[in-house]
Design a protein around this ligand. Structure first.
Ligand SMILES: Cc1cc2nc3c(=O)[nH]c(=O)nc-3n(C[C@H](O)[C@H](O)[C@H](O)COP(=O)(O)OP(=O)(O)OC[C@H]3O[C@@H](n4cnc5c(N)ncnc54)[C@H](O)[C@@H]3O)c2cc1C
Length: 452
């Protein structure tokens, strides 16, 4: 290993760190404080040339290479090999005429939202703007506007990627189209992506935000919500989450220490129409806080208000086949306010609409057949992560088992410790095709993927 480290130090401009170096732990820290990575060497790449140098050095020694951006998405600790970090490659440039953002490997969505917003444009992002653009898009990406605009990966127009052969290549609709197909939803094992071209939409305002209801309104509002979602046009997006909030000071007073329902809404179009569409939810129960209104599209992350500060994180997700009345009843029985559950959030996101339509040239993204996502997020106490939270999730999911789809979408798979959850993120034929793309571009299997 010392030969590899010396070699890397000679060819990479960024830092090459090993256990014992002062900055080693800091280099590997990410969003999930419960995960501690222990690679043999961490390399902070600063350019495509650095990425090429890392892969070529790795190939000579057969050393596995993995990539870490923000750490929002790596559920298991990475052990051994080279861990490439991308935080020294931030930055985005927007071409307002082409309506395309050129996004570097270390960029998070907040940067793109802000840069695009200056031109009246918006990227199709996820709920949190602190998530890394590349890792998110490689997994497809379901966000607050997905019913209207589809998976985020549908908006990727091309990637620069250093593959397992040590080459830096372009993958787009005309160059390396099979690799492009795989990068739009195939997630891991496809190389180090150094940048991505991402199409933007013309969007300056939304009618959106969220409303909160007290515990006693959860069952009737969710029942109304389930029925209401089936009436919505594709321009309307919604999710509903049962929150069990701790009695801590940073939680606003009306919500502190309570179990509440938060219904989110994002409508693309006329404000009056959005208001009218959302009215049945306002009428479904006594609203505790109403924060739905006309909003700048650049405030999209406020719809979900996901935590940004690093935290111990445990989650598990599934895809659902329906939000019908029987499902909602089973869901409230399983996860409603009468249950004492160590879950801070149990979230349903309504899908359908544009998420069901693949891009004309096809893409690897899994989960297009889903009606909704269901995500369980545990209380941030690592002592519960091994047994208590998995058992809790098993219990909740067993009660809604008839509505769980055999399909999945990988960004929502959560803990891969669940056998088969990674593979289930793609239809079998897609998984096989992905394996063929990986074999073609990474014949020495330098880029591990999936669990482990
Ligand atoms: C608070 C929170 C909110 C979220 N909200 C959403 C949401 O609304 N919708 C959604 O779809 N998902 C969501 N996710 C999941 C998230 O999109 C994925 O976990 C995603 O992988 C995070 O990417 P990252 O680069 O930030 O994270 P990392 O953990 O750093 O990376 C995750 C994986 O992405 C790959 N990767 C990252 N960068 C590169 C690169 N340059 N080259 C090659 N591979 C790379 C690697 O395989 C890596 O293991 C959320 C996660 C959290 C914790």
């Amino acid at each position: 290993m010392s030969g590899l480290v010396e070699r890397l130090r000679g060819v990479v401009a960024g830092p090459v760190l090993v256990p014992g170096d002062d900055d080693f732990a800091g280099e590997l820290a990410g969003f999930n404080l419960a995960v501690t990575h222990s690679p043999d060497v961490a390399v902070g790449i600063t350019s495509e040339a650095d990425a090429v140098a890392v892969v070529q050095a790795a190939a000579e020694t057969g050393t596995p290479v993995r990539v870490l951006a923000t750490g929002h998405g790596i559920p298991e600790p990475i052990t051994g090999g080279i861990l490439v970090t991308t935080s020294r490659m931030p930055g985005v440039t927007v071409d307002p005429d082409a309506k395309v953002a050129h996004i570097n490997a270390g960029c998070v969505w907040a940067e793109v939202v802000s840069a695009a917003g200056e031109h009246g444009l918006a990227p199709i992002t996820g709920a949190s703007d602190a998530v890394g653009c590349i890792g998110y898009t490689l997994g497809g990406g379901v966000g607050p506007l997905s019913r209207t605009y589809g998976f985020s990966s549908d908006w990727a127009r091309g990637f620069r990627v250093v593959t397992g052969t040590g080459e830096a290549v372009t993958a787009n609709a005309t160059e390396n189209p099979e690799l492009f197909w795989a990068l739009r939803g195939g997630k891991g094992g496809l190389g180090i992506v150094t940048s991505m071209d991402f199409a933007l939409v013309e969007l300056t305002t939304l009618y959106g935000g969220s409303v909160f209801f007290e515990a006693e309104h959860i069952a009737p509002v969710l029942s109304a919500w389930g029925e209401w979602t089936s009436t919505l046009p594709e321009t309307a997006n919604s999710s509903a989450v049962i929150l069990r909030l701790p009695p801590l000071e940073f939680i606003p007073e009306p919500l502190r220490g309570k179990t509440v329902l938060n219904v989110r809404f994002a409508f693309v179009g006329d404000v009056a129409e959005g208001k009218q569409l959302f009215q049945p939810i306002r009428d479904a129960g006594t609203v505790l806080i109403d924060a739905v209104g006309e909003m700048p599209a650049t405030d999209i992350a406020l719809i979900h208000n996901d935590p940004k500060a690093p935290t111990p994180a445990w989650d598990r997700g599934v895809l659902l086949t329906s939000l019908d009345a029987d499902f909602i009843k089973a869901f409230v029985d399983a996860a409603g306010p009468d249950q004492q559950l160590p879950l801070v959030a149990v979230e349903l996101r309504h899908l359908g609409g544009a998420t069901q339509r693949d891009v004309p040239e096809g893409s690897a993204v899994g989960g297009r057949g889903g009606a909704a996502t269901l995500m369980l997020i545990g209380v941030p106490d690592p002592s519960l992560f091994e047994q208590v939270l998995p058992a809790t999730a098993d219990g909740v999911l067993a009660k809604v088992a008839p509505w769980i789809s055999p399909e999945m979408t990988v960004n929502f798979a959560g803990a891969f410790a669940v056998p088969g959850s990674y593979q289930a993120s793609w239809p079998a034929e897609t998984f096989t095709r992905l394996a063929a793309v990986r074999a073609a571009h990474d014949p020495e299997k330098l880029f591990p993927y999936g669990p482990g």
